[in-house]
Design a binder for this molecule. Sequence first.
Ligand code: ADP
Ligand code: MG
Ligand code: MG
Length: 495
Amino acid sequence: MPVCWRSGGPLQRAARAMEALCSVPVHVMRDIALLNCLAEAAKDFAFHRGIAMRTPENPNESERVLFVPFTLFPSVVPTVLFEQAMEVQRDFNLLIDRVSQDHAFLQETLKSTVDSDEFSANVFRIFQRLLDENITKPVVLGLNRSDYMFDLHADGASSSLKQIETNTFAASFGGLSCSTPDLHRHVLRLLGKPGEGVEVPSNSPAEELGRGIAVAWELYGEPKAAVMFLVETDCRNIFDQRCVEYALWKRGIKVLRKTFGDVTKQASLLPDRTLHVNGTEIAVVYYRSGYTPNNYSGPKDWEARELLDRSRAITCPDIATHLAGTKKVQQVLAQPGVVERFVTDPAAVARIRSTFAGLYSLDMNEEGDRTVALAMADPHRFVLKPEREGGGNNIFGDDITELLGRIGHSPERKAYILMDKVRPLAVRNVLVRSGFPLAPLDCVSELGMFGIYVRQGGAMVLNDCGGHLLRTKSLEHADGGVAAGVAVLDNPRLV
Ligand code: ADP
Ligand code: MG
Ligand code: MG
């Protein structure tokens, strides 16, 4: 659904642009001394509320920590698009869950990717082994995050919600984004009158993710069993994860944190595949690591992953839901009639489809050849995406021409998909990052909606939207998440 940013023609828009697309008046943005003063107060607030991460030098100790970069002010987001993203989340939860249950679809869709990408092949091998052994989980827990940008229409005055991707594995920042609304409210309070009337919506994804895990834990049915967070060996973003962990402890649920290396040494399966780690039965494995090749130091880590996936424990995500979150599946879902295979309600199909940007296959056929030609003719209209997660992997502009020029006719291209580049309207904000001078910048935001669901057998026990995440980056960066050091934490200012 398109939405008007504001009334008036292009000239009026230009005149008012600074003011309308910023949460505070122009004079505040121009006052660098004031911005510095607010930023110092905001950093203190960030530490006071644990908006922090460990240093790159010492990713495994909490003695010296950094604040997680954030915007000084909330960024303008159209209310209609925010509500649309909230509304469609339950539809996306259902869609992902149904895709995960269609094993033939996953096999067919991912054939080309698995052929050309070793990481996807490793995940797929575990999926296939579970199918061969007839192992399915009686309870499925989905914790995902669907990310969007606001695509500006040719009229320059209205935008629509376009999905960038869905993350079904280790979607992060649900913890820290519980505290960022208070940070922005405090900064606006410090400003006094200029900040008046700016609403920052409350947000509690950590509670919601915890609720999802707790529902799954309860259905597992063993009160003494624990939840295990499967974590990286270098864990800079630990405070974000701790928020979800504490939500579980508060509910009386024990939480362990283990790496793949720990699993190799401490985990075992009983004959009925009950998972024990150091003598504690595990009801739910919540993966916060395992989504990228760097998370696996070698074959032993893949064996540990397989052991967990084969166990009776509820794994979040289960192996099929991991595959349902791939970029290749996203591209195939955008083809005519594919969403319709999984979702029968026409209104839900329309809600889902309205968020799709153009997505194109690079398989070794005529369609793939057409995609190569399309991209080579106008590379700046597109983003070329490999089957990777975590930010910083996509290819833009002239690099697309270079890469496709090199591999356009070889099977290597099957490891990628092509997507229309979303062109959002820039908003003005100030990024607070350690070591960078403060200055108002043209920025773009990416809105994430957390999805939580639990299915027991054929019945959806829980299906909800679990809060949001807003990340903002300077316009000059094409790619990038918070972990990749490009985007910073933000909040919507709904207008
Ligand atoms: P990842 O799984 O690595 O996060 P994404 O698909 O989210 O991969 O892409 C990473 C980043 O690249 C996004 O956060 C966004 O900044 C940018 N990006 C991705 N797709 C598009 C697109 N279609 N249009 C504009 N920017 C995009
Ligand atoms: Mg991702
Ligand atoms: Mg992303």
